[in-house]
Design a protein around this ligand. Structure first.
Ligand SMILES: Cc1cc2nc3c(=O)[nH]c(=O)nc-3n(C[C@H](O)[C@H](O)[C@H](O)COP(=O)(O)OP(=O)(O)OC[C@H]3O[C@@H](n4cnc5c(N)ncnc54)[C@H](O)[C@@H]3O)c2cc1C
Length: 386
């Protein structure tokens, strides 16, 4: 696919390699099987790690390839051509883990975690949402208190995707009274096997590479060194959440939305040329052709927004507005593209004989997860000083 500027040669090569790998290792019947079982394949993921892909968010001194956000977004896009089953775990290792620890971890945390994350041997999950807290993250109620050299956590996290197989929860906690909404927040790395941690799965229709969990934290006692960034980062959680990691987080979820929308369109595009009704391929009926070229046009706009934002982030340039716009536009437009493609595929668009049914379920969640479209609009209005 062409772009407004030549894509870096190493990214083009990465795409070529990955698209062959996805076609070979993630055939349709496997994708269907993983989706139904809410699972992913560890042995396959190991192959991705051996290609050095997880290291694209991790500095070389810690065993990574050196941060390359643009390339990491392209990896997500290509993996999504086979559904979320490999893109999901990739994000848990490279972004929730690699990027956050590289950006916000203490020296000890970087030395202990980053090499394992880069090798694909460790995963983090996000503990942000709670039963009473969705978009309004500064209102989290899970409490962390200090007790000498230790900290104690009590509360509950909801939608903690992958908590059952991740090593740590990157857990946002309230570390003081609610009067200072942003100043009394602390991130803690909670080992998922720590005494006091229990969990149960939630049923959900989208992103079924895994279960999403309700996690209960009852008197979870950890050393103060479990605070992300070390004890000196007590009450500094909001800085970590609202900093560069959040911009890049939006790129990562935007890459998922774009990748899945692209997969939906490729399937509908091929289908429309193969399916014959009224004596000709349905792509030759104007209503279908218009749907498809409109979707292709929207997809091209999405691509520009995603990779422009990713390029800004890769160059360490300010990109909060561009990443918020990309998340908003690509997530909302991805839904439009997915629904149009489902119409093109007709009855089969609602069966599991094609990928479109799963792709639409996944696209429907995109304007909700990772900061809803409404929240992006609120943030954009603030950033643009409306
Ligand atoms: C499959 C799946 C996986 C997930 N994985 C994770 C995970 O790993 N970790 C994690 O922490 N969370 C996860 N989430 C949770 C997700 O991030 C939240 O669903 C999201 O933040 C929105 O929260 P909410 O659904 O509670 O909506 P709410 O915040 O309750 O909002 C409900 C509706 O009101 C709108 N709204 C709310 N406030 C405003 C406002 N101020 N102005 C305008 N509109 C507003 C929202 O846009 C939305 O449409 C996951 C969710 C799903 C479905």
């Amino acid at each position: 696919m062409t772009s407004f500027a030549p894509e870096p040669a190493h990214v083009t090569e990465l795409r070529r390699q990955l698209s062959r790998w996805v076609a070979d290792r993630m055939p349709r019947e496997k994708r269907r099987e993983w989706d139904k079982a809410h699972t992913w394949d560890r042995a396959l993921f190991k192959e991705l790690a051996e290609m050095g892909l997880i290291g694209l968010t991790i500095p070389e001194e810690y065993g990574g390839q050196g941060e390359d956000i643009y390339a990491a977004a392209a990896v997500i896009e290509e993996l999504c051509q086979g559904g979320p089953s490999m893109a999901g775990p990739f994000i848990h290792a490279a972004f929730y883990g690699g990027l956050n620890i590289s950006e916000n971890g203490s020296k000890e945390q970087k030395e202990a975690l980053l090499p394992k994350l880069a090798r694909g041997e460790m995963f983090l999950c996000y503990g942000l949402s709670e039963p009473n807290v969705g978009g309004d993250l500064p209102s989290v109620e899970t409490r962390v208190t200090r007790d000498g050299d230790e900290i104690v956590i009590n509360g509950a996290k909801r939608w903690c995707t992958g908590a059952d197989w991740s090593d740590y929860i990157y857990c946002l906690c309230r570390s003081g009274g609610p009067e200072d909404r942003h100043g009394n927040l602390t991130f803690v790395l909670v080992p998922t096997d720590a005494p006091g941690v229990s969990m149960q799965p939630l049923e959900h229709a989208n992103l079924r590479y895994t279960d999403s969990m309700d996690v209960f934290l009852d008197d979870v006692r950890l050393p103060a060194s479990a605070i992300v960034g070390g004890p000196e980062k007590w009450n500094k959680g909001w800085e970590a959440l609202a900093g560069r990691a959040l911009d890049v987080e939006k790129i990562e979820i935007t890459a998922v939305a774009y990748g899945i929308a692209r997969a939906a369109l490729e399937e509908a595009w091929t289908y429309a040329q193969e399916r014959t009704q009224f004596g000709k391929p349905i792509s030759r009926h104007q209503a279908i052709a218009h749907k498809l070229v409109t979707a292709r046009t929207k997809l091209a706009a999405c691509r520009h927004m995603l990779y422009h934002a990713a390029w800004l982030a890769s160059e360490h340039m300010p990109c909060s507005v561009e990443t918020a716009m990309a998340k908003l536009y690509v997530a909302d437009t991805g839904v439009e593209i997915g629904l149009a493609c489902q119409q093109v595929i007709g009855a089969y668009g609602l069966s599991d004989a094609y990928d479109i049914e799963r792709n639409v379920r996944d696209l429907l969640g995109m304007p909700i997860v990772g900061g809803s479209s409404d929240i992006q609009k609120n943030n954009l209005a603030r950033m643009l000083r409306l």
